[in-house]
Design a protein around this ligand. Sequence first.
Ligand SMILES: [Zn+2]
Length: 495
Amino acid sequence: MHLALYREFRPKNFDEIVGQDYIVRTLKNQIKLDRLSHAYLFCGPRGTGKTSTAKIFARAVNCTHSIDGNPCDMCAECVALSEPNTDIFEIDAASNNRVEEIRDLREKVGYPPLIGKYKVYIIDEVHMLTDSAFNALLKTLEEPPKHVIFILATTELHKLPATILSRCMRFDFKLLAINVLVEHLKNVFDKKSIQYDEKSLHLIAKAGEGSVRDMLSIADSVASFSDNKIDYESAERVIGLSNKDSIKNILNAIAEKNVANLFTSVKSALGSGKNIQVLCKEMADFIKNLVMIKSGIGDYSILDILPGEYAQYSYMASQFDLNYLKTAFSKFAEIELDLKYSINPENLFESACLDLINFEERAYVPVNKPVINPVQSQVEVKPIVTEKEQTEIEKVWGNVLIKVKERNLFALSNALTTVNKVEKIANKLIIHTNDQGSYQMIDNQERISVILSLVKLFDDSIAGVEVEYDKSNASKNDIKDSLKEVFKTKIKFKE
Ligand SMILES: [Zn+2]
């Protein structure tokens, strides 16, 4: 039976963990010096080794003959703990997030371990716990029994309450640099006698996007496709094209407002065995390239495409309006994580696509020029919003800010100072911020309706308000200087 590479090469001790040297050294030292903490927090992107490290740590703290901090794999404790056992608990908070489950855990932590010195609770995706479950967990973290160690793991640190953070020893797992991934991949291929060339190593490592697990899953597909003789062409084919075709079909269906084609394209993309979360991520990546091309970027080191693909991308980009692409990009980026926890991810994904079909200002821009060569890559961007309309909406926004201040809505007013761009799209006001805290503060039904009611005082054609979190700082200076001038006396814009 073929064992997936990422399973076969899952690290069995600290020394096999790739690229998290600082964390590994610290944990090993704690074991050697017997200075263990009762609660650890492992945070960082998925696929960076949080759970593997937690499992190794759980065995190492119980090992009676540990070698340089590593579990020896020989002693009775190591042997017993490598089988299913009652001392190491793995809880996925995404599916066990209710307060009852944490209460149940609290009851059980009282009983001493059966095998070694410690019971270790590994709580994965801990940010998914409900508020009451957090409170229950907190009580246990406040006075943990001596024989208990908690390891909380999360991809979303900002969703954890400060009370939990302050009780844990925190380790930040990092995405791996490409050269580290290449080295590891080379090692794996050599051990498995898989043939490869340098160029394909890089391509596969890059596709892993910093994650060993993702890289090895991709490597698996490429190796099977090329019968263990990997060359650049086969790697490119597996990684690139198969994905891009289905993405293009979906995007085309959206562009043509063809609902029937949309459903068929999604179905066939998933029919080829693709995971919907991966599909969604690829949609976001693909559209990001279109956004960049549309914004005039022609540099391959920034664009994530291969030379030779530019013409195709450029053609796709020309079919959409820039604002539309930005909306589409945020939409897919936004639902990517939700998909993982959705009961019916397919519906969620399809409804996001339908939203885009219905998006009013999709503004098809007809292609009337030959496809542009990357060397002279200034793609003309036709704004759908005129200069005058933009000035109007910024005036409205200025007035709204004054009202917010007048009404002494301090928290909201503070959050709104980080807004660096406002747009009116159809009958919606979209406000942009690249400050995550402010975004979370504003993106709340009650506050949005306050903003809407104030906006309506100055422009009653607006029927909705949306706030968008721009991760990049690209739109930082989009607020017009003139607007800052006008309201300088009353509003302080954050510089
Ligand atoms: Zn041992």
